[in-house]
Design a protein around this ligand. Sequence first.
Ligand code: ADP
Length: 165
Amino acid sequence: MTKAVYPASFDPITCGHVDIAERAARMFDELIVGVYSKPMKDILFTAAERCQLAKIALAHLPNVRVEPYTTLTVDFAQTYGAAVIVRGLRAISDFEWELQLSMMNRSLMPNIDTICLMTNQEYSFLSSSLLKDIARNHGHFDHLAPTNVVAALKQKFGSGNGDHR
Ligand code: ADP
């Protein structure tokens, strides 16, 4: 049985993340989406909220489960018996960081490899931070996040008039 993990902060999960998870779910028997609970950056949603948002957004994928984690990603992968870490690549700017991360992870645990899936062109400009900025400023973002995430962001920031298209 082939297993992979898809680790990230998911603060919150976006359509770009969902697209990567859907494609990875077709490549592996089981995909464990790892919600990193204590990232070093400012976060908007609690770990429990981020997990719940991701669970609902990925509920249509039967071979995908969502689990929180606080350890090193390689330890998380090993705990679930996964030999592959999945990441997404949007632009050259992502590449340097993803390369460094994958090499560090391989130096920590050589039997775990990283694969990067190229973003869907539709979401190549999308990040959780930008999504939060748009929501905070009451822009229109319904097409960029799963419906439950759109609702959660509107609850946090208010829905505004949504006319900034
Ligand atoms: P983290 O801060 O934990 O890296 P992110 O949510 O910023 O979490 O990103 C997690 C992973 O998902 C990264 O590999 C990133 O490149 C990828 N990712 C984020 N947004 C997109 C997107 N729009 N398209 C493809 N991959 C994405």
